[in-house]
Design a protein around this ligand. Sequence first.
Ligand SMILES: *Cc1c(COP(=O)(O)O)cnc(C)c1O
Length: 351
Amino acid sequence: MKNFNLEKIVRENIRNMKPYASARSEFDGKANVFLDANENSFGSATIELYNRYPDPLQKKLRQKIAVIKKVKDSQLFLGNGSDEPIDLLIRASCDPGVHNIIIMPPTYGMYEVAAAINNVEIKKVDLTTAFEIDTEKVLTAVDEKTRIIFICSPNNPTGNVMNQNAIKEILNNFNGLVVVDEAYIDFALDKTIVGELSAYPNLVVLQTFSKAWGLAALRLGLCVASEEIIDLLNKIKSPYNINTATACLVSEALDDDSFIKKTVSNIISERKNLALKLSQLEQVEKVFESDANFLLVKMNQAEELYRYLMECGIIVRNRSHEKHCEGCLRITIGTKEENEKLINTIKEFKK
Ligand SMILES: *Cc1c(COP(=O)(O)O)cnc(C)c1O
């Protein structure tokens, strides 16, 4: 959308409000006596010191991540998981009980939950049975109250990357935010849409450290978009949303890309291996193509198999009640040993 105007889709109260001014955001000069934030000047109840509030805008960490993601740090928002920007984007643009968002089932559950919490209507336009975007239906579903279209690519739970031309058609024809959730993009980096940010002022891309980086417990998600959109998110986020422990540990992780390189390649090769082994089992009807760290697998007795696996101590995700996913289980790629155990356990499943 060339004449996209962010102002027009920001809620009036958000546009008019003044953000919270924290002690650390009011003072960022040099000092060595900090008596401004009611912190504990004597130290922390832990060995490591955590008595000082963190940088509200995570300047250093953002600069470091921006280099790796090849974007400007002003185009980067850091969140307490990518679930935080999902919620903030809805809260910034949708008046409760007035505006709506569009999602494309089967997809990630948090868009719907975040909208429901905010009393924002959810319009569902199913993906096709081949799990592709039905562009025409999506654009027809848009009305004057539609503020956000969520696209998950690679999609959870189906694993496929969405056609980039379909995404661009939506970007070109929708005068609201198009949020592309790339939580699994590190497994298919050449397919990221981040390179299109300068062409589309209404594009917002979400990524996370929870999957390929193996840092789910630290809760760090990121949102890449125009500087204007990033400023908006920073205006309404809670002041110290990224804690110091997370910032330090992630910063450390960024210094060495050998882990992510090695594990992404391991996971991709295990995925291929597991897909092949699964497809040879009589209990399996179909293994869907995946660009992520999981496989969607259609079983001939999904419910029974799911319960049987659970009794054997193997937990997978039952997705058989999701749109177009009848009989499907979602299986995360495990280690070689875990995958072998899964295959051998399924082989023992009596029909
Ligand atoms: C796992 C997942 C996320 C959650 O990411 P966090 O950064 O851990 O909050 C977001 N989107 C999708 C599609 C996911 O599967």
